[in-house]
Ligand binder design. Structure first.
Ligand code: HEC
Ligand code: HEC
Length: 209
């Protein structure tokens, strides 16, 4: 009986292991796919304010994969008021299939984390306080937490952080019926009640790079 049980476990782990392996991205293939992305996100994934494109370098691979899948499926970027998400959505659809999504994400994680210029004026001390409830999911240093599905927030452009907080609050992001994780974040975004508080948090996060 015991033997059968252990054999069963072995089979289960064996199968899940092979699924993980087959879903893994090929960074070499991802590099050529990324050339399209570089036009907006930069050759080093550093982002570009003039083109409203956030940094991707340094972001967690699983989060990049999820966002690309969400853009492709219209879970993100399909709201008529989502001007910048609408620019990204057709770009995610240039990737031929889900393997290409994995490949491009595997390449992105090879890029060194960005250190974007600070553009938002805010009270860093007040921002640190206002960030307290965010720590539970995004981590003390804004490093993100895979088990809680929360992305990395450090090494990101401050203006992008501000914009995402605003669109989560207004419901342009995080309200699609299938956007499970966006919905979790949308609820949290309500904790920052004023634009001033949002700016303070963004200014604080910029100090964590
Ligand atoms: C035409 C410019 C443009 C191109 C080309 C482009 N993007 Fe984007 N991308 C954007 C913009 C703008 C946003 C921000 C959307 C928003 O504000 O919600 C974005 C957002 C993203 C995000 C979400 C980041 C986050 O932190 O949530 C990822 C991931 C991403 N892009 C990856 C890619 C990849 C991979 C490619 C190439 C296949 C690509 N982008 C091509 C403009 C572009
Ligand atoms: C309960 C856990 C949780 C808490 C607490 C939380 N978040 Fe989030 N946050 C998430 C998740 C999950 C996502 C990813 C949403 C998605 O997949 O689209 C997210 C996404 C974000 C994003 C978008 C990042 C990007 O690259 O587009 C920002 C900005 C953000 N959170 C800021 C904050 C701030 C600031 C606070 C505190 C006021 C906070 N979060 C509190 C779970 C949380």
């Amino acid at each position: 009986m015991k033997k059968i049980f252990f054999y069963g476990l072995f089979v289960v782990f064996g199968i899940s292991f092979s699924i993980v392996v087959s879903a893994e991205g090929d960074a070499e293939k991802g590099k050529s796919l990324y050339q399209v992305c570089a036009a907006c996100h930069g050759q080093h994934g550093e982002g570009n304010k003039a083109l409203n494109a956030p940094a991707n370098a340094g972001q967690n691979e699983w989060y990049v994969v999820r966002q690309l899948k969400n853009f492709r499926a219209g879970i993100r970027g399909a709201d008529p008021k989502d001007i910048f998400g609408a620019q990204m959505r057709p770009m995610a659809l240039t990737l031929p299939d889900e393997q290409a999504v994995e490949d491009v994400a595997a390449y992105i994680v090879t890029l060194a984390a960005a250190n974007p210029p600070k553009t938002i004026e805010g009270n860093i001390e007040a921002g640190k306080k206002a960030y307290t409830p965010c720590v539970a999911c995004h981590g003390e240093n804004g490093e993100g937490n895979k088990s809680l599905n929360a992305p990395k927030l450090s090494n990101q452009h401050d203006w992008y952080i501000v914009r995402q907080m605003q669109i989560f609050k207004s419901g342009v992001r995080g309200t699609h019926a299938k956007d499970i994780y966006g919905a979790q974040m949308r609820a949290m975004a309500q904790m920052l009640t004023t634009d001033e508080q949002i700016n303070d948090v963004a200014a604080y996060l910029a100090t964590l790079n």
